[in-house]
Design a protein around this ligand. Structure first.
Ligand code: PEP
Ligand code: MG
Length: 555
């Protein structure tokens, strides 16, 4: 390779080459300045607002499907004449353009929130529209996803949820972020879209638009100006891996027939069709937060029932594991979490919010139960962030009181892993959330790329906690899955099975390689790999040892 590679954290195992297009950051509002020519200032404001509308309309025309609908709806909001008139009024009172636009949007936001319902839900879109108009006035590139008119490698500081909804895998070849860790929500999104990604890549900040790069997710590297031979070799390796993955289908099992349930993670309704079409035994983790985000109040029981029915019907005949609301920390909700906690990741979050506000969980369980009853679906319900066996028992009692047949506890807190047998006694299954389990075991914020080494799922101490959980579950004869990002790594999958895990749940795009990896190994092989990894002195050695052993012929 001609230029030194940039190092980051690889997400997935794919590769892609293409030209960089950067997502511009949101503009920082400069200090107010005096207005010398109000007429010119007003004209500039109106022009900036109109340019934002034109840009959104042009993007909508190029985009297809739901992205076009979202963009058209945004264009309509941005075109509201009330906004431009309000901004003009502010300029007339001596406010400069960028501050007038900001003030107009603030008033508009308050009006939408006061209107409630659908309008209140749209209030969250306004920040992005405001930033675009302000950037225009300041002569800066518009923030958000770029649109260079050809497929590109997206380079961003990090991605906002609003950007990710519009990310089109047909146009984005690969994803590189300067910030973010291996379990950040950007990494989860990249997996959901099946995009090769490198996150936490500080060197990517220096890449400019149009530069050719080769992204090797398995290595966690980005290679600027790759030679044609490098690109050819990476494409060949990608093709070989895809072919191998396509060769294994059906229920997960090891080479000697030991069953391992392979399930999909689902986090939004727009992912549903792809998730349901994937070759899987059902849903191992249905993250329900999307129903609650960007709202001032919890969704009603009717609204939730309708959403759950849609999912249950799409997975008819297969199992669906619904996780109850996991609010707090990186997913704050005004009606469920306190804004004044000093350490929200250690605060009233996950199942703890349901203890403080029992009605929140009651409504959700009632909706899940009604959707399960009316569709006849095989539904299991689990709670996030369980710390104590007594919490698992109380949750299971509430689930069963709604007539739901199976209640589970997520193991995301080291205390729960250490007392897994007691936890397993209190419920019907366990599911290990390795993302949070790593965060809490290593006291390392999962969103920080700088702490990637601590968050590496190959850390032997994390594997010890997985083993402790699997042993506790086995002692009580209850199944134990992994639904964190660790389950998506085809090299780690045999290790997890060797530790005693009975199911793996991951983004649909990751399942074929995981299935193929298991099909190549016997259970005895998996157990040997688990010992190799657990006895390693560090994560890098664990990974290297197992990869080397996987290169060797199976028994
Ligand atoms: C986890 O923590 O591993 C998990 C699956 O939950 P989330 O990533 O949604 O916190
Ligand atoms: Mg979690």
């Amino acid at each position: 390779m001609s230029t030194a590679p940039l190092a980051g954290i690889g997400v997935g195992s794919g590769s892609a080459a293409g030209a960089v297009a950067k997502a511009a950051p949101a503009p920082v509002l400069p200090p107010p300045r005096p207005v010398t020519d109000p007429a010119a200032e007003t004209a500039a404001v109106r022009a900036a607002l109109a340019e934002v509308v034109a840009d959104l309309e042009a993007r909508a025309a190029r985009a297809g499907g739901t992205a076009a609908d979202v963009l058209t709806a945004q264009a309509m909001i941005a075109a509201d004449p009330v906004l431009a008139d309000r901004a003009a009024e502010l300029v007339a009172t001596g406010t400069d353009g960028p501050h007038a636009v900001t003030g107009a949007y603030a008033a508009f936001r308050a009006a939408l929130l006061a209107a409630g319902g659908y309008f209140a839900e749209r209030a969250a879109d306004l920040d992005d529209l405001r930033d675009r108009a302000v950037a225009r006035l300041l002569g800066l590139p518009m923030p958000g996803l770029p649109d260079p008119g050809h497929p590109y490698v997206l380079v961003a500081d990090d991605l906002a949820p609003a950007d990710t909804a519009l990310l089109d895998p047909e146009r984005v070849l690969a994803l590189i972020t300067v910030r973010g860790g291996p379990t950040s929500h950007t990494a989860i999104l990249a997996k959901a879209l099946g995009l090769p990604a490198v996150v936490g890549c500080a060197g990517a900040a220096g890449l400019h638009d149009g530069r050719q790069v080769l992204v090797l997710a398995a290595e966690g590297t980005v290679h600027p100006d790759p030679g044609p031979e490098d690109v050819r070799r990476a494409a060949e390796e990608q093709r070989r891996r895809r072919e191998r993955a396509a060769g294994a289908t059906g229920p997960g099992r090891t080479a000697d027939g030991h069953p391992v349930a392979l399930l999909v993670n689902l986090g939004a309704l727009h992912e549903l069709d792809g998730a349901a079409a994937a070759d899987s035994e059902g849903v191992g983790l249905f993250r329900t937060e999307f129903l609650y985000l960007d709202r001032e109040q919890a969704p009603t029981v009717e609204e939730q029932t309708a959403a759950y029915r849609t999912v249950f019907e799409a997975f008819a005949g297969r199992r669906i594991t619904v996780r109850t609301l996991d609010a707090g920390a990186d997913k704050p909700l005004p009606f469920a979490t306190a804004a004044d906690e000093e350490n929200p990741a250690l605060g009233v979050r996950g199942l703890r919010t349901a203890v403080r506000d029992p009605q929140l969980l009651e409504t959700q369980l009632a909706a899940i139960a009604e959707a399960a009853r009316s569709t006849g679906a095989d539904v299991r319900v689990m709670a996030p962030m369980v710390s104590l066996p007594a919490e698992a028992a109380a949750f299971a009692a509430r689930v069963r009181a709604h007539g739901l047949p199976a209640a589970g506890a997520m193991v995301e807190v080291p205390a729960a892993a250490l007392r897994a047998e007691r936890l397993a006694e209190a419920c019907d299954f366990l599911s290990i959330g390795t993302n949070d389990l790593a965060q809490y075991a290593f006291a390392a914020d999962r969103t920080l790329g700088a702490l990637a080494e601590l968050l590496d799922p190959w850390q032997p101490a994390l594997l010890d906690l997985v083993a402790a959980t699997a042993e506790g579950a086995a002692a009580r004869g209850v199944p134990v899955g992994v639904c964190g990002e660790a389950a998506a790594d085809p090299d780690l999958a045999p290790v997890l099975v060797g530790l005693g895990v009975t199911g793996l749940s991951a983004a649909p795009a990751c399942l074929p390689e995981v299935r193929a990896a298991l099909a190549d190994r016997t259970l005895a092989d998996c157990r040997r790999l688990a010992v190799l990894a657990r006895t390693a002195p560090d994560a890098a050695t664990a990974r290297a040892r197992v990869r080397e052993a996987l290169g060797a012929p199976a028994d």
